[in-house]
Design a protein around this ligand. Structure first.
Ligand code: 2IP
Ligand code: CA
Ligand code: CA
Length: 373
């Protein structure tokens, strides 16, 4: 399975390049934004933006993984549908074609004949990225591709991606909003149990140098006795250091207050992007990410959940673990849709979530929530 991990790291790198190209070409970018409607819309937002970049990235990942692992083809799902409407109201199904020229021709029809923009995009999609220089070691996972499924969020924190604010990151601090919150998330789960076993996170806008934006990637594998992660376990906090929690700014006041009783004022922070908040827990900038609502989806949590598991942490269902004697057992799974929901809601993490690295921190947070809510 080291081959699958290497492939996911490569396609995530390609995805990040597409994301950067789309932002760099300002006229192209403004063409791409369109509104989601009906059941595919995230109910939490009045306007939820779908970008061609999202669709293109998801289809590219689906294409590249399906080509190398045909057994996985029917089990590569993502946030986006591949239908896109051009300026004339015509519906076009965006697919990655066999050649760059064909893909460019198809994209030109989505871009109302803007062949320059279409060629740029097609070039990024068909590039052959250099092997990602990562020591993934000799990972041996006792599963065949036919036992696995994939969740893709081509760009998480789309609103930050579209807004495009450039923040200067401070070492050791989480930054609440900006381009760096946008992440490419690719998670692999076991079809039989729904456990997340492999995850790749690519942050396309990690830092800027004179030649432009540069990205950063993170990966993790957790399967049986195999646990490996590109991130090393952060040092544990000294006794009495208090809990550091990261939340969505739209979190319920009661939850904010319950956690405020455990955190010093500077330890309760807010940040954009579900994936970015989980990444903050993975790299040790926060101890827990608590979300009391069902506003995230399987594609948001699958990849970072695999990294947390590899480091001994996890993501549990918020509603299920409140009141449970063993909150750790309420781990999210990724294989079963909610039968009574429709559209994207079938795959929502409906009970909310709590992401953690250290189960002591999970228990502390749950205890406060149980006592105060
Ligand atoms: C969103 C995105 C939002 C998040 C929301 C996700 O995904 O990560 O930022 O809300 O839950 O579904 P918040 O930032 O309040 O946590 P996308 O950008 O892919 O729609
Ligand atoms: Ca998302
Ligand atoms: Ca998205």
């Amino acid at each position: 399975m080291a081959a699958l991990l290497q492939l996911l790291l490569r396609v995530a790198e390609k995805a990040a390049t597409v994301a950067r190209v789309c932002r760099r070409e300002a006229p192209l970018f403004s063409l791409l934004v369109q509104e989601k409607t009906g059941r595919d819309r995230n109910q939490r937002f009045v306007r939820d933006f779908k970008t061609l970049a999202d669709v293109v990235i998801q289809e590219m990942i689906r294409h590249d993984v399906g080509a190398e692992f045909p057994e996985m083809s029917g089990f590569i799902q993502g946030e986006e549908s591949n239908k896109f409407e051009n300026g004339l109201g015509e519906s076009v199904v965006v697919t990655v074609c066999a050649t760059e020229t064909e893909t460019a021709a198809l994209l030109a029809s989505v871009l109302d004949g803007d062949t320059a923009a279409a060629s740029l995009l097609a070039q990024a999609i068909h590039q052959d990225p250099a092997a990602v220089d990562t020591d993934t070691g000799d990972l041996c996972i006792p599963h065949s591709p036919s036992e696995l499924g994939i969740w893709i969020d081509p760009i998480d924190a789309t609103s930050q991606y579209i807004e495009g604010r450039e923040e200067v990151l401070e070492e050791g601090h989480l930054s609440p909003s900006g381009l760096h919150c946008a992440l490419v998330l690719i998670g692999v789960y076991l079809r039989s149990t729904g456990e997340p076993i492999m995850g790749v996170i690519n942050q396309p806008f990690n830092y800027k140098d004179p030649s432009g934006w540069k990205g950063k990637h993170f990966w993790g594998v957790s399967c049986g006795s195999v646990n490996a992660c590109s991130v090393s376990l952060p040092e544990s906090a000294p006794e009495g250091a208090g809990l550091r929690a990261v939340l969505s700014s739209s979190e319920k006041p009661a939850v904010k207050e319950a956690l405020a009783s455990l955190c010093r004022p500077d330890q309760l922070t807010y940040a954009s992007g579900a994936g970015y908040k989980i990444l903050c827990v993975i790299v040790g900038l926060a101890d827990v990410y608590v979300l009391s609502e069902g506003s995230t989806f399987k594609w948001d949590s699958c990849a970072p959940h695999a990294l947390l598991r590899a480091l001994g942490g996890g993501i549990v269902d918020y509603n299920e673990c409140l009141g449970s004697p063993e909150p750790r057992r309420a781990q999210l799974t990724y294989h079963q849709p909610h039968s009574r929901s429709q559209g994207a809601d079938c795959w929502a993490n409906q009970g909310g979530l709590v992401a953690y690295l250290d189960c002591k921190m999970l228990s502390t947070a749950i205890e406060a929530l149980n006592n105060k809510l």
